[in-house]
Design a protein around this ligand. Structure first.
Ligand code: ZN
Length: 480
């Protein structure tokens, strides 16, 4: 795509432009790192959330809602966890004129809020497994520069799932289910990803291990868009979440948790856009097709009436369709407007179309025009939307594939870094030792994403750094 290249370098500017022009979010709110979801952005967010809700509900998860506040004592109960978040927590210390006897934290995440309730709810093995999730705001005092949708202080779209199980094996199975759910989710959003097992030094605090989804942005940097953690028994031991096992003994539950955030919205926007604006996948586009009448002297009434009746027909079939009948705008201005917002298909109805009994469809991703008999509008739109969806997914996957490079040696990687040519993810054979991993990060000035998941067998290769037997490939990138 030559067009993509032209704005690749200007990606940041483009992204910020889109946030305001397409009316997604407004971060001019007076509290740093907090933004306002605008109507079109809110609709997109809602569509994305309803997709993940559907996938979770279908796999035995139940939605709940926990309080925003966590006592200091609760937050401090799991040592590693509190240590890792200590610099990022917002505290409530006063109410009215009184100082609070115990400080309250605005949740940075909810493991320690949920654990005490799990302790009350779970009595015996018949109460297990337990799978809950919520969609809430979480708060983190980001000290790095904040960035709309990507690094914010109030994460407004935190979808977190938490589960409890009888055995380690069942928790492992749940991790696999979570990976399946998230993979389907990102597939439906046409967002390509790699799944990596995060290195020990970068896993979620309190987890046995962490898996993460990363995608590559048009500027070559990677963004973490989802995580899945096996928590083992760390939290259940800290919070004494036990159950009566089948044999009558008391045991600690095994836990997992997994989350996504508004970074998903950022990824959907970033991965498909072009010079004209956003290109949204039909699966979550707030409007799937916009109908624009092309007025001509004497035909104004007729084209408008046709636009309205076609809108009704298509809506009855379950499409989200909008007829743009604004009188003060020319058709050209309307095209510009809806292209900017990434509506997947535009349907034009002009006097000639009326005469011939046809409609003109224009797909947003390629701007290609097709004509279909008016009587077959439903079929034509349905097949065009599914083609757009599939093509968007294929293009995005090709982009990712092109941006994951397996290199043979450290010098090859160093040459790329030196030439300023690091785009996407590089993979280097690695012995698995933290010492070598950290040194690779340092030498290349890149961040380690971890090793491929599912695990890839590596044979006959040596660590690019120490020359020892390679256990896996270490993925590295410039990260958001
Ligand atoms: Zn090594």
């Amino acid at each position: 795509m030559p067009e993509r290249r032209s704005w690749q370098n200007k990606f940041n500017e483009w992204f910020h432009d889109m946030l305001s022009k397409a009316e997604i979010v407004d971060y001019r709110y007076p509290v740093k790192g907090g933004g306002v979801w605008l109507p079109y952005g809110f609709k997109l967010r809602e569509k994305i959330l309803s997709l993940i809700r559907k996938l979770l509900n279908e796999t035995g998860h139940q939605e709940v809602l926990f309080p925003l506040l966590i006592t200091e004592g609760m937050l401090a109960q799991e040592a590693e966890h509190v240590e890792s978040f200590s610099q990022q927590v917002f505290w409530v210390t006063q109410a009215g004129r009184e100082s609070l006897a115990e400080k309250l934290a605005l949740r940075p995440t909810s493991e320690t809020a949920i654990a005490p309730m799990f302790k009350l709810w779970i009595r015996s093995h018949v109460d297990l497994p337990k799978r809950i999730y919520q969609v809430v705001s979480t708060f983190r005092y980001e000290t790095k520069a904040t960035r709309p949708l990507i690094r914010v202080r109030e994460i407004t779209t935190f979808k977190e799932a938490h589960t409890c199980h009888e055995t380690f094996q069942e928790a492992e199975e749940q991790v696999k289910t979570a990976v399946k759910v998230y993979s389907s989710f990102f597939d439906e959003l046409a967002v390509p990803y790699v799944i990596s097992k995060r290195p020990e030094w970068d896993k979620f605090a309190g987890a046995l291990y962490s898996l993460a989804y990363d995608t590559v942005f048009p500027d070559g940097r990677t963004l973490q868009i989802g995580t899945v953690h096996n928590l083992g028994q760390n939290f259940s031991k800290a919070f004494e979440i036990t159950f009566e096992a089948k044999d009558g003994g008391r045991e600690f539950v095994w836990q997992t948790c997994y989350g996504i955030s508004e970074r998903v919205v950022a990824a959907v926007m970033a991965l498909h856009g072009d010079d004209h604006g956003l290109i949204l996948p039909p699966s979550v586009a707030p409007i799937q097709a916009v109908i624009v009448p092309i007025p001509y002297k004497g035909y104004e009434e007729a084209v408008n009436r046709k636009a309205e009746s076609l809108t009704e027909t298509l809506r009855r079939e379950g499409f989200t369709v909008h007829a743009d009948l604004r009188e003060k705008y020319t058709p050209g201005a309307k095209f510009y407007d809806w292209e900017l917002r990434g509506v997947p298909v535009r349907i034009e109805i002009g006097p000639k179309d009326l005469e011939k009994g046809v409609i003109t469809l224009v797909r947003r991703d390629t701007l290609e025009r097709t004509v279909a008999p008016e009587g077959e509008a439903v079929k034509a739109l349905e097949s065009l939307l599914s083609r757009v969806q599939a093509d968007m997914k294929n293009r995005a996957e090709a982009w990712l594939k092109q941006n994951v490079k397996r290199l043979k040696s450290l010098s090859e990687a160093e040459a790329l870094v030196k030439a300023g040519n690091i785009s996407g993810i590089i993979e280097l054979s690695w012995c698995g030792r933290e010492e070598c991993g950290l040194k690779l990060e340092d030498t290349l000035e890149l961040k380690a994403l971890g090793t491929p998941y599912p695990e890839e067998k590596v044979e006959g290769l040596k660590c690019v750094l120490c020359g020892g037997k390679a256990e896996s490939f270490l993925r590295l990138s410039r990260q958001y």
